[in-house]
Ligand binder design. Structure first.
Ligand code: FEO
Length: 396
């Protein structure tokens, strides 16, 4: 598949229609591994693809140019979805110089065990292709320490690798050819799961792009999902909003249940929150995928975690979710836990509270818990507890 995205710049990437799980991230709409071929006096290929698609990828590029005519293989990021084809590809592109960030170079050598002569570039380094120039800007931790972006002038295209990506596969590859709400929804999920924990770095990168480098970005060509050409301002605004850790007056109730007591408590708490007119969303962790819930975490002010006690601790799926949540540094301002217990009065709820503290959520409210099946009055207490939590949310 080749599509010209600008004069003599081609999309030559791979569309992975059937992908439904990307290392634990649910990809309901598939994904893509985008690669771009720039034809100038010198020829550059931006990024590689996942290993299983190597042959298809080579054929995509061959449709436009013989591989031994390529001068540069720009590798913005080491992770396998953008690099696994490199070993086979570089054997054929035998005149091409591999280009990575400084931090990428040892990573590529370690990962692929090759004696490559890699050109490592630092911030502001350039490669002149002819009428076009490529400028490199490292963006460490978006998504790995080695990550960088490549900026192409005079077209003003930002080849942003993971940044601004979305796990979505579409036959039409530009933002304006698709339903923008769906694309933004996937961009939000991608940000929440891949980028949220490095929001401060995103803020610095956005500042650098606008204030220091003064890049007049006309197109953002990420390595996953559609290319931004008509909504560049909108996705930049969204990134600034998410990176600012802004939250909305919204509570997420996330729970597991064994014999439905914790579930009934969850619904009673939901009722209390609704009575206060605060938006709430409720998820049984055993039904909804972690990565879909994390998308909602991105802009939620409050988090409530429900768990029964099992073996003196949390329900395993809640434990797994909180482990994932902690690493992503959620922007929530307030949180608590609730649940039913059996023989041991201390266990799941207390463990969940400890995890929420480790997630560095600033305010943790005293939890609520009841033994076995709560009485009607105790369910009323849950409603009231939900109301008080919602009032706190409104006061922040
Ligand atoms: Fe799409 Fe960090 O790889």
């Amino acid at each position: 598949m080749k599509i010209e995205i600008a004069d003599k710049i081609y999309f030559v990437g791979i569309q992975d229609w059937n992908l439904r799980n990307f290392h634990g991230y649910s990809t309901h709409r598939g994904s893509t591994y985008n690669s771009y071929l720039i034809m100038d006096d010198k020829i550059a290929l931006i990024d590689q693809v996942k290993g299983q698609f190597t042959e298809q990828f080579i054929n995509n590029v061959k449709e436009i140019v013989d591989l031994d005519k390529i001068d540069y293989l720009i590798c913005n990021h080491l992770e396998g979805d953008h690099s696994q084809s490199l070993a086979a590809f570089s054997e054929l592109a035998k005149n091409a110089q591999i280009v990575t960030s400084e931090r990428g170079k040892p990573g590529f050598l370690r990962m692929y065990k090759k004696k490559w002569d890699i050109k490592a570039v630092k911030e502001g380094d350039t490669i002149k292709l002819g009428k076009r120039t490529l400028t490199f800007v490292p963006i460490p931790m978006v998504h790995w320490p080695d990550s960088m972006v490549t900026y192409c002038t005079p077209d003003n295209i930002l080849f942003s690798n993971d940044a601004f990506g979305q796990h979505i596969c579409r036959s039409k590859i530009f933002d304006d050819q698709n339903d923008l709400n769906k694309i933004m929804d996937e961009a939000k999920k991608y940000y929440a799961n891949i980028v949220m924990h490095v929001s401060s770095i995103i803020m610095r990168v956005l500042k650098k792009v606008s204030e220091e480098l003064k890049l007049d970005v006309k197109m953002i060509a990420p390595s996953h999902g559609v290319i931004w050409r008509s909504n560049v301002d909108k996705i930049l605004e969204k990134y600034a909003y998410w990176a600012g850790r802004n939250t909305e007056e919204k509570v997420l109730i996330i729970y597991a249940t064994m014999w439905h007591s914790t579930e009934k408590m969850a619904f009673a708490i939901l009722e209390g929150i609704k009575q206060e007119g605060v938006e709430a969303k409720l998820y049984n962790i055993n039904i909804t995928d972690n990565s879909d819930i994390i998308k909602e975490v991105l802009d939620s002010k409050g988090l409530l975690i429900g768990t029964p006690t099992i073996n003196n601790g949390m329900f395993p799926s809640i434990s797994g979710f909180l482990t994932y949540l902690k690493g992503l540094r959620p922007p929530a301002k307030i949180a608590s836990a609730f649940g039913s217990y059996g023989w041991s009065p201390k266990g799941g709820v207390e463990a969940a509270i400890e995890e929420l503290k480790q997630a560095k959520i600033p305010e943790i409210i005293d939890p609520i818990k009841f033994q076995f099946i709560p009485d009607p009055e105790e369910f009323d207490e849950c409603v009231e507890w939900g109301r008080q939590f919602a009032k706190k949310i409104k006061s922040l």
